[in-house]
Design a binder for this molecule. Structure first.
Ligand SMILES: Cc1cc2nc3c(=O)[nH]c(=O)nc-3n(C[C@H](O)[C@H](O)[C@H](O)COP(=O)(O)O)c2cc1C
Length: 359
């Protein structure tokens, strides 16, 4: 494990646990990757590091307390990078300086959020339309960050024409690590992932590249590493569905037997989620809505007909929602059934659960 982080950030990337496998990273997800969820994931088999959901930066922004808690109260034993979204250079630099007072593993810049209300403000994925501004922003953030400075980007806005130019900027500004979600901003979350573009990034930048997008299982992880030559794998929605995915990837690359969860393990995971991601002062209705956000993804791996997803979406409150979970995951001989390592084709999480970025 990396040692405690110095006040100005570490100067080296966390060591991989074994040179024979790529790094694993939990993708930042707004309203999902909070402190409680990180703890749940760590118990199932932690990735090598975490990234906070984005801190919004603008003229009057302050560090959001609940996001800061994922840094200051991080007891997972894994480092966490702080992600920023914004375009105002002086305020981005101010926020970096504030964040460097806390035990962050490094600073990560969001160049990918595709929500229209975000990109219309020329932040997140919107910045991929403005090479000149990204040039200045990278220069300023690099100068402000003595430790690790990383970027998470998509491969373009409408198309990939400017991707090589953005990659050249990553080299020029000595970015320490680049995570590439292999879709354009307009591709949102469902267009096919362009792994060739991720391979192109891995070949052209000077730093390690982390591949992101639709890494659904340990088997897919091995394919993506072979296809892209990436140094690491970042996983978002499929870690919500299958919180053991990092453990399974580590086992696969070590040539060990891969852990096979049962539906009973999934039921225990849901209890752990309920205990860690729901605030006690929420109404049962609000608690149900929050837990459903996670179950939307879990449900894509429970049954090929999508019966669990349909039933859980109808549950009006938390007690009823947990009864639905019991019925679909424990009743009869279900408890010992294996939990699918891949999501079932045609059983999909609600699109609005994947686009809820707000600024
Ligand atoms: C609910 C949700 C919230 C997200 N929030 C962020 C965010 O705060 N910062 C970011 O860089 N990406 C965010 N993303 C994008 C993910 O980090 C990741 O790039 C994307 O989901 C593709 O990876 P996957 O196929 O493994 O899910 C979000 C994705 C989802 C589904």
């Amino acid at each position: 494990m990396p040692a405690a982080v110095a006040a100005d950030g570490p100067s080296a990337l966390p060591s991989p646990f074994s040179a024979s496998r790529p790094w694993t990273v939990l993708a930042p997800m707004q309203d999902v990757t909070n402190l409680g969820f990180l703890r749940v994931i760590a118990r199932c088999g932690a990735p090598d590091w975490f990234v906070t959901e984005f801190f919004r930066v603008h003229a009057t922004s302050t560090l959001e307390k609940h996001i800061l808690a994922s840094i200051t109260e991080n007891t997972t034993g894994r480092p966490i990078f702080a992600q920023l979204i914004g375009e105002d250079i002086p305020h981005m630099v101010r926020t970096v300086r504030q964040l460097l007072q806390f035990p962050v593993a490094g600073i990560d810049l969001n160049l990918g959020c595709p929500a229209p209300k975000v990109y219309r403000k020329n932040v997140g994925g919107g910045l991929l339309r403005d090479l000149a501004h990204v040039d200045q922003l990278l220069a300023a953030l690099r100068a402000a960050t003595p430790g690790l400075f990383t970027v998470k980007m998509r491969i373009g806005f409408d198309d990939t024409a400017a991707f090589p130019d953005f990659l050249a900027l990553m080299r020029q500004h000595r970015v320490d690590l680049l995570s590439v979600h292999g879709r354009t901003v307009k591709g949102l979350y469902r267009s096919p992932v362009d792994y060739a573009a991720i391979a192109q990034a891995a070949q052209s930048v000077a730093c390690p590249v982390v591949a992101n997008g639709d890494i659904t299982s340990a088997a897919k992880a091995q394919t993506v590493v072979a296809q892209t030559g990436c140094a690491g794998l970042m996983i978002g929605r499929h870690a919500i569905r299958n919180p053991w995915i990092f453990r399974q990837i580590h086992e696969a690359f070590a040539g060990e037997k891969i852990f096979q969860p049962t539906l009973s393990d999934v039921r225990s995971y849901i209890d752990d989620l309920a205990a860690n991601v729901l605030a006690p002062d929420m109404t049962p209705l609000r608690q149900a809505a929050r837990l459903k956000k996670f179950l939307n993804f879990v449900g894509t791996g429970v049954d090929p007909e999508g019966n669990f997803l349909a039933a859980m979406r109808r549950a009006p409150d938390l007690p009823e929602l947990l009864r639905v979970c019991d019925a679909h995951l424990l009743a009869g001989d279900r408890a010992n059934r294996p939990f699918s390592s891949e999501p079932f084709q045609g059983v999909i999480a609600r699109p609005n659960c994947e686009q809820e970025c707000s600024l």
